[in-house]
Design a protein around this ligand. Structure first.
Ligand SMILES: [Zn+2]
Length: 254
C-alpha cells in the first residue's frame, strides 16, 4: 500500500486518461492519491474530481505562480467543502523564474497559512529558491504559539534547509527528481531524510522518475520511487512503503 501525496492528474490538460491512471496506480499498490490545487479553478476541480472516486483526496490553495489574483473566494471554497479537503496547498514562495513580486507572494502565503490554522488543516508548501524568506514567515507564526503542520513538497534543497525543516516538524516530500539527480551532495541529502518524516509524491505530470524518463508522470510510478529509496537505504520495499504510508496518513488524516 502506497500513497501519492501530491499529483495533478485532475488537471483538464493532463495528457493521460485520469481514470486509467488511477486504475494503473491501484494495480501497483498505490491506493490513495492527493490531487493538489494550484489556483481557484484547479482547487475546485480537485474537490469535484475526488468527490466520486475512491481513494482520491483534494487540497486547495493558490500557488505562488498565480499569486497576482490574490486570495479571491478561496475561503468560501474551504468553508463549503471542509469535509472534502485534506490540506491547504500548494502554497509558498517561488523565486525561480517567477515575475510575481516577492511581497505579493509573502502576503498570499501568510493569508493562506492563517486559513489553514483557522480550519485546522495541514499545509503543502511549495518553496523554490526562497528559503531565506520562508523560514522567518514560519517562525513568526511559531512565536505566536501557532502549530504549523505540513510538508515541503518536491524538496530538492540543501542539507541545511532539510535540517531546518525537521527542526520545524515538517515532513519532506520526495519525488522522481531524487531518482535521476547525479549530484552527490543531493544524494546524501536525500539519504539523510529521517524516514519517519519522508513522504512520496509524483507531482504528476512533472518529474517522471527513472526508468520512465520521457514519459508523462503518473501515480503508479510511486512504486518505482519507493523501490529506489528502499535500495539506496538498504531496507525492504515493504518497510519503506509501510512507514511512508503511515507518515502520509498521519499528516493528512487519510
Ligand atoms: Zn505540484
Amino acid at each position: 500500500m502506497l500513497v501519492d501525496t501530491h499529483c495533478h492528474i485532475h488537471w483538464k490538460d493532463y495528457q493521460l486518461d485520469a481514470d486509467e491512471v488511477i486504475e494503473r496506480a491501484n494495480k501497483n499498490g498505490v491506493n490513495q492519491m492527493i490531487c493538489v490545487g494550484t489556483d481557484y479553478d484547479t482547487s475546485k476541480l480537485a474537490i469535484e474530481f475526488a468527490a466520486n472516486r475512491k481513494g482520491i483526496y483534494a487540497t486547495i490553495g493558490i500557488h505562488p505562480h498565480y499569486a497576482t489574483a490574490g486570495l479571491g473566494d478561496l475561503e468560501s471554497l474551504i468553508k463549503d467543502n471542509l469535509s472534502s479537503i485534506v490540506a491547504i496547498g500548494e502554497i509558498g514562495l517561488d523565486y525561480y523564474q517567477n515575475s510575481i513580486p516577492k511581497q505579493d507572494q509573502a502576503d498570499l502565503l501568510i493569508k493562506q497559512i492563517e486559513l489553514a490554522l483557522n480550519y485546522n488543516l495541514p499545509i503543502i508548501f511549495h518553496v523554490r529558491e526562497a528559503y531565506d524568506d520562508f523560514w522567518p514567515i514560519i517562525d513568526k507564526f511559531l512565536e505566536k504559539g501557532s502549530k504549523i503542520r505540513g510538508v515541503l513538497h518536491s524538496f530538492t534543497d540543501s542539507s541545511d534547509n532539510l535540517k531546518k525543516a525537521i527542526e520545524h516538524g515538517l515532513f519532506i516530500g520526495v519525488n522522481g527528481y531524487s531518482t535521476f539527480i547525479k549530484d552527490e551532495a543531493k544524494k546524501m541529502m536525500y539519504l539523510s531524510i529521517p524516514i519517519n518524516k519522508m513522504l512520496f509524491e509524483t507531482d504528476a505530470p512533472f518529474l517522471t522518475p527513472v526508468p520512465f524518463r520521457g514519459k508523462i508522470n503518473e501515480s503508479a510510478y510511486i512504486k518505482n520511487i519507493a523501490e529506489y529509496h528502499g535500495v539506496v537505504r538498504s531496507i525492504s520495499f515493504d518497510e519503506i512503503s509501510t512507514i511512508t504510508t503511515q507518515n502520509s496518513r498521519e499528516l493528512f488524516n487519510l
